[in-house]
Write a protein that binds this ligand. Structure first.
Ligand code: FAD
Length: 812
């Protein structure tokens, strides 16, 4: 098999060696700068609390596998997981509500969890004071004995043939062109086909060896230490605290202190002799930072009032801009992978995911949200990483609304329409550094003139956050007159060159050898026939395409595939270029969209002149534009694209021309509602690499007659004959008002059977709408229940689309 070098013998590196060797790979070397019996990284002193439940399904499932695996690693009758259960307590009414939401996540992702009363908390944890109002108990949580697991994994993988080199720092990574060929150590070069950096918080330094920015920040974190618990692991998130009891002592972890960033390179080399007190990842305890935690702990557990702190230290581990781990490979290199910023909680899960990617091309748990390539260019510079990672440290236990915004860094990327949007009172939300209008205060007065069936209904306090009834007015105007939406932040790439047709023909499920001027909605699959992206392919010329994509990961994928194709066949090169920032785009949609354009252009925009899913390069009032006949809201109109320098003029021109026809500017909140009514999926939210096109309801994007082979074709043929065991289905809420926001569990006959992906109030259908993964056999008209903060909301399974299923609005 391939020669693999793993850098780092922490919990991630040793698990990866184990996952690979158990899949039959037999040429693996693990290189560790510290001594193998105690390497001295974060794992060497990790207290190993494993709370599995997370808002993210991916993270929860990575944790669940880690628990299963650690329970199976055993020696002398002792397991590496102490399943004492996890108890999260609430001392405020807001936290009590939050625990209900968390209970919902647990049900959605298949973790057994129970909301418990204050009395039950005291029974489980007799030392608690009466300030506790209630809790969430997860019986399968507990303590991972990470340092011990590391040692046992070293033992068992060594027996299986893995080579371990202790006291061996990697000082460089060898490359032949773009291909990794080995690692450099003081003892010489170790040749390799695949190098995986599992270097923990040293990841930045390892990445720098091959010119890869690793967006993680090492931070010091307080921990008085200990072992062998019997009581559940405990979280008191209202004060940023967690606890593990160990035979009359407590280990107390605290996230309430100031962030303390560390530069790994400044820590010096790992000493020859590492022990509990002396390791690079362990800094001196800063008592003054711990004082508030100590006071709060004495309030929560009064028995601590008569005790003293026995021992403490500041341990170092990694934080990232979005709090997720970093997994995958950079697009410009072959054979270099990373698995970093990984907690013990997710360690075995991440290691298995990477082993599956290396051996089969796909992880069974979707890890798109962990991809190294998920970050935009602006998000990997050190200033951004430092500021946002520190924020994540501070907010780690906060109650965070799904739409909550950071206040800094902001205004990193704005579209050319930004100043006009400010004049219209846009309320901006940020994604990928882009400022995107959510609604416009300028449309406030329209709310009063809404017809009764469009009047927005009242909301509960949670779903009323980051919400305005103005969105209802913006949707109403779009459906009944015309609105313009800023579509600039959607990723646009150009794929051009003699290899472009072949590349896209091989990667997509559609025949893209159509004539220039056509638009195709298509899927990117993996070899297993599941979905790795959905894109629009716009054929601009014989060898020039524009791609409308979802994420920076799509760019990395296309770039890599183009490069590999060129390596194999130099004549078939193609250039993949991100043109998102150099262009801009207005979605002009609504029944009166044609009237607006007719006033400023003589171009034939009739249904015949520019049919649905076609495009035209033309001029509007002297501005060169591309008009693309497609819609994200299900209405007549176009995405009108131009290069950035003409953007403001284009906005002003359309705005002026639209006045006659009632044109307004609309925000993403209204757009999202209309998207869901129309049934348009969002990749990464509604469907992921865990789903195939049949169950996700996008098999219409697979061309059954496509002659050329494409990635996933063979697997799709197999899948097409199996009835889907689950399906993504639209639901409408029966009472017409109770909101869901996404990720809530769905119950059928009292049993949790699925979960909501996205949800919004559907202003046109005048009900909340949710998309949910449900058992394949559930038919339309069946009643299910969505659990929202512990309350069950009745909803009905519907047919698609809820809005204009015949597509009359789009094709007139
Ligand atoms: P590490 O254990 O740091 O391993 C990386 C290894 O790479 C090191 O041994 C290092 O020596 C080696 N290395 C680095 N550079 C080189 C090089 N150039 N050449 C050779 N070798 C190299 N997680 C939880 O899940 N639950 C918790 O309760 C928890 N609490 C924590 C409390 C504290 C105080 C700290 C510090 C961390 C805590 N964590 C917790 C986080 C967790 O410990 C880490 O995320 C995890 O151990 C990281 O494992 P790793 O294998 O990626 O990194």
């Amino acid at each position: 098999s391939q020669r693999v070098v793993i850098i780092g013998a922490g919990i991630v590196g040793t698990n990866l060696a184990d996952e690979l060797v158990s899949r039959g790979w037999n040429n693996i070397t693990v290189v560790e700068q510290g001594p193998l019996h105690m390497p001295g990284g974060s794992t060497s002193h990790a207290p190993g609390l494993v709370f599995q439940t997370n808002p993210s399904k991916t993270m929860t499932h990575l944790a669940r596998y880690t628990v299963e695996k650690f329970l199976s690693i055993e020696k002398d009758g002792h397991k590496c997981f102490n399943q004492v259960g996890g108890l999260e307590v609430a001392t405020t009414p807001a936290r009590l509500e939050e625990l209900k939401r968390k209970h919902g996540y647990a049900s959605s992702w298949g973790i057994d969890a129970r909301l418990v009363t204050a009395e039950e908390c005291f029974k489980m944890y007799p030392h608690l004071s009466d300030m506790v109002l209630g809790g969430l108990h997860i019986p399968t949580d507990g303590l991972a004995l990470a340092a011990r697991a590391t040692q046992l994994l070293i033992e068992r993988t060594s027996e299986a043939g893995v080579r371990y080199l202790g006291h061996t720092p990697v000082t460089g990574i060898e490359l032949d062109g773009r291909r990794v060929t080995g690692v450099n150590t003081p003892g010489g070069i170790i040749p390799a086909d695949i190098v995986v950096s599992c270097a923990g918080f040293w990841g930045v330094e390892l990445g720098a060896m091959v010119g890869v920015d690793i967006p993680l920040l090492p931070l010091a974190h307080h921990l008085p230490n200990g072992m062998n618990a019997e009581l559940p692991i405990l979280r008191h998130q209202d004060k940023g605290l967690y606890y593990r009891e160990h035979g009359g002592q407590y280990g107390i972890g605290y996230y309430g202190h100031r962030p303390m960033p560390v530069v790994a390179a400044s820590l010096g080399l790992t000493p020859k002799e590492v022990d509990e007190q002396n390791m690079p990842s362990r800094l001196d305890f800063t008592t003054e930072d711990f004082d508030p935690a100590w006071k709060e702990s004495q309030k929560l557990i009064p028995a601590l009032q008569d005790t003293e702190i026995a021992d403490g230290f500041n341990g170092i581990f990694s934080f990232t801009p979005d709090g997720g781990p970093i997994l995958g490979q950079p697009s410009h290199l072959d054979g270099f992978y990373v698995a970093e910023a990984v907690w013990v909680t997710h360690s075995a899960g991440v290691a298995r995911a990477l082993a599956q990617i290396l051996t089969t091309g796909r992880s069974e748990i979707d890890v798109s949200e962990c991809e190294l390539s998920r970050f935009e260019e602006v998000q990997v510079n050190r200033d951004y990483v430092s500021e946002t990672s520190q924020q994540n440290f501070v907010e780690i236990y906060d109650i965070v609304h799904p739409l909550q915004q950071r206040t800094s860094p902001r205004n990193l990327r704005v579209s050319p329409f930004y100043s006009r949007q400010l004049e219209l009172g846009a309320v901006f939300l940020e994604t990928g550094g882009w400022e995107r209008p959510w609604w416009y205060e300028a449309n406030k007065d329209l709310v009063k003139s809404l017809p009764p069936s469009w009047k927005p209904v009242g909301r509960d306090a949670w779903s009323a956050q980051v919400y305005s009834p103005i969105s209802a007015a913006e949707a109403w105007k779009t459906r009944n007159a015309v609105a313009m939406f800023d579509m600039t932040a959607f990723h646009r790439f150009e794929v051009a060159g003699p290899g472009a047709v072949g590349l896209l023909q091989r990667l997509t499920t559609s025949d893209i050898t159509t004539k220039p001027g056509t638009v195709t909605y298509t899927l990117l699959l993996n070899d297993h026939g599941t979905i790795r992206g959905d894109i629009f392919v716009l054929r601009l010329d014989d060898d020039v395409f524009q791609i409308g994509a979802n994420t920076a990961t799509d760019l990395a994928y296309l770039t890599r595939e183009a490069r590999v194709q060129e390596q194999n066949n130099p004549g078939k090169w193609s250039q993949v270029r991100d043109i998102t920032g150099s262009t801009c785009c207005i979605g002009l949609w609504g029944p009166r969209a044609r009237d607006v354009i007719a006033g400023i252009s003589t171009v034939d925009i009739s249904n015949k002149g520019l049919p649905y899913f076609s495009l035209k390069k033309t001029i509007i009032s002297g501005i060169p534009v591309t008009m693309i006949r497609k819609s994200y809201v299900g209405e007549l109109g176009w995405e009108i694209q131009t290069s950035a320098e003409y953007g403001q003029r284009l906005w002003d021109t359309i705005w002026q021309a639209g006045k006659l026809h009632g044109l307004i500017a609309g925000g993403r909140s209204a757009l999202n509602s209309m998207r869901i009514e129309k049934g348009y999926r969002t990749y990464g939210v509604d469907m992921t690499t865990e789903h195939n096109p049949f169950e996700a309801g996008v098999s219409f994007a697979v061309d059954a007659n496509k002659k050329d082979d494409f990635v996933g074709k063979a697997a799709l043929q197999r899948l097409s004959s199996q009835p889907p065991s689950r399906r993504l289905r639209p639901l409408t809420v029966d009472d017409g008002r109770s909101m869901a926001l996404g990720k809530e569990p769905v119950f059928y006959n009292g049993k949790a059977v699925g979960y909501v992906t996205t949800a919004a109030f559907g202003y046109t259908v005048n009900k909340p709408v949710a998309y949910a993964w449900l058992p394949g056999g559930l038919s339309e008209g069946e009643t299910v229940e969505i659990e929202y903060f512990g309350k069950r909301i009745r909803a009905t399974v519907q047919a698609e689309s809820l809005y204009d299923p015949q597509m009359h609005r789009l094709t007139q």
